[in-house]
Design a protein around this ligand. Structure first.
Ligand SMILES: *[C@@H]1O[C@H](CO)[C@@H](O)[C@H](O)[C@H]1NC(C)=O
Ligand SMILES: *[C@@H]1O[C@H](CO)[C@@H](O)[C@H](O)[C@H]1NC(C)=O
Ligand SMILES: *[C@@H]1O[C@H](CO)[C@@H](O)[C@H](O)[C@H]1NC(C)=O
Ligand SMILES: *[C@@H]1O[C@H](CO)[C@@H](O)[C@H](O)[C@H]1NC(C)=O
Ligand SMILES: *[C@@H]1O[C@H](CO)[C@@H](O)[C@H](O)[C@H]1NC(C)=O
Length: 440
């Protein structure tokens, strides 16, 4: 008896599917489980401290995964192309992980061939983690939101976030960035870009490069050591807010932004504001032609080293309003003079440090009370006046005394012969009465 040929095919197929079902997935990792919603949830323990996410082979992420949630791990590694085939995936969440490594193209996700933004996208959130590295091209494709908060980012490679599509917001809050390479955010469109709180050592040139921010660009409460020229090459924001930051140095042309609305620079403390720091702000031609020039508002900022050229701006596209600029330099008429042109336009909103009293006073007030040819030399005049007065008094006294003396000396005596002798000398002999001694 002979088995028909097709029987072997059935056996072979069966064996293959059997093999596949016994290949373990990440759901079988000790630290992980997959729930009925096909979420992959890994909560590490001391016995099982590490998770590696891989696209194929044993312990791969199953193709049905809807979200990846990693918590309390010592180390989480995303291998290249981990999420590429996960068509059901909607979110990736990392919490309390000590070492996160996101390799090249690890989170590259564009499962839908057309670029329709109505297609679902990923949400990536990283909270309270130390990220060892986000590699080049690590995050790409159809991403809804990226939220990184309370984390330490050790290395951000060039093009780490690049070629993203349909992004709603990128929010980086209260992070510590140690090494940021140039062009880490490269060539994509996002509605809102928010950099808030935390510390950044150096913001390199082209940190954001060819990024379109269509709604809000906000940098708030960040402590930065150094901001290079062309840090932000950004187009199209409707609103730009640079608020409450502490920045050591802002290089010239740090912002290269073509906006569609006003720019507000408020409540910042800057040590060195270099020439032309704000010169790169401009307004799109379209908005310019419909709504006219937009406002660049400088409100309540304290800057230590700057010159008027530091706040140069593109006056063909912007108007400048200074509502508060504290020059952290001690008041002097020279300083007032240097800032005279801008002070005149901005009526009183520019202040200098009045050392004598220990607060900021507006330059015009200082000028009114202290400067001008007369006021400036007031004390000199006072001193000279007093000196002259003293000299006059001294001279007067001298003559009076002399005259008195002469009166005493030159007594005119009329001699019997009727002649008057001047210059008669009198010798006044003082006769002394010796004291009586009682014991005579
Ligand atoms: C942050 O993560 C560390 C471990 O990396 C953990 O010890 C700490 O409790 C976490 N903090 C919060 C507020 O969850
Ligand atoms: C101004 O900035 C300081 C920190 O530099 C912050 O504490 C304060 O709340 C800010 N004020 C406003 C009105 O934003
Ligand atoms: C002005 O800025 C200083 C320092 O940045 C801050 O402490 C203060 O609250 C701000 N004032 C207003 C009215 O925002
Ligand atoms: C002002 O902006 C326009 C348009 O972006 C640009 O062509 C021009 O060179 C700018 N002017 C200065 C002084 O930067
Ligand atoms: C003002 O300048 C002095 C040094 O000249 C500096 O110590 C101080 O921190 C500055 N204040 C601000 C608010 O930048």
């Amino acid at each position: 008896m002979r088995w028909p040929k097709w029987w072997w095919v059935v056996v072979a197929l069966h064996a293959r599917s059997l093999a596949q079902s016994i290949t373990p997935t990440i759901c079988q990792e000790e630290a992980c489980r997959c729930d009925p919603f096909t979420r992959v949830i890994c909560v590490c323990t001391r016995e099982f401290p590490e998770v590696t996410l891989r696209p194929d082979g044993a312990y791969r992420v199953p193709s049905t995964a809807t979200s990846l949630i990693m918590e309390n791990c010592d180390r989480v590694t995303f291998l290249p192309d981990t999420v590429r085939q996960l068509i059901q995936l909607r979110s990736i969440e990392l919490r309390n992980v000590d070492h996160v490594v996101i390799n090249e193209r690890a989170l590259s996700w564009s499962p839908f061939s057309n670029r329709n933004e109505m297609n679902p996208g990923l949400r990536i959130s990283i909270n309270n983690c130390t990220v060892d590295e986000i590699a080049s091209h690590a995050i790409q494709g159809r991403i809804n939101d990226v939220i990184i908060s309370n984390s330490r980012i050790k290395v951000l490679r060039p093009f780490a976030f690049s070629s993203l599509m349909g992004v709603n917001s990128i929010e980086l809050s209260d992070n510590m960035f140690e090494n940021i390479d140039i062009q880490s955010f490269k060539k994509f469109t996002v509605d809102n870009f928010i950099l808030r709180g935390g510390e950044i050592n150096i913001l390199p040139s082209r940190f954001l490069s060819d990024v379109e921010v269509t709604n809000l660009f906000r940098m708030e409460g960040v402590t930065v050591k150094y901001m290079y020229s062309f840090t932000f090459l950004v187009n199209l924001p409707k609103r730009v807010l640079i608020e409450s930051n502490h920045i050591d140095t802002i290089e010239g042309d740090a912002f290269r932004m073509v906006t569609r609305g006003p720019i507000t620079i408020r409540n910042n403390t800057v040590m060195n504001l270099r020439k032309g720091a704000f010169l790169g702000f401009t307004v799109s031609l379209q908005v310019m032609s419909i709504m006219g020039r937009q406002e660049l508002l400088i409100d309540n900022n304290t800057v230590t080293n700057l010159t008027p050229s530091s706040i140069m701006y593109n006056s063909t596209r912007l108007t400048l309003r200074v509502d508060g600029l504290n020059l952290n330099q001690s008041c002097s008429c020279g300083l007032a003079d240097e800032w005279r042109d801008i002070t005149k336009e901005q009526s009183g909103a520019i202040s200098c440090w009045y050392e004598f009293e220990g607060y900021f006073v507006s330059l015009p007030t200082y000028v009114d009370t202290r400067c001008g040819a007369f006021k400036q030399n007031f004390w000199i005049f006072v001193v000279i006046g007093i000196l002259i007065l003293l000299i006059l008094v001294a001279i007067a006294i001298f003559f009076i005394v002399r005259r008195e003396n002469e009166k005493k000396k030159k007594v005119q005596i009329v001699m019997p012969d009727g002649k008057t002798y001047r210059e008669t000398e009198f010798h006044i002999v003082v006769e002394r009465a010796e004291l009586l001694t009682t014991n005579l």
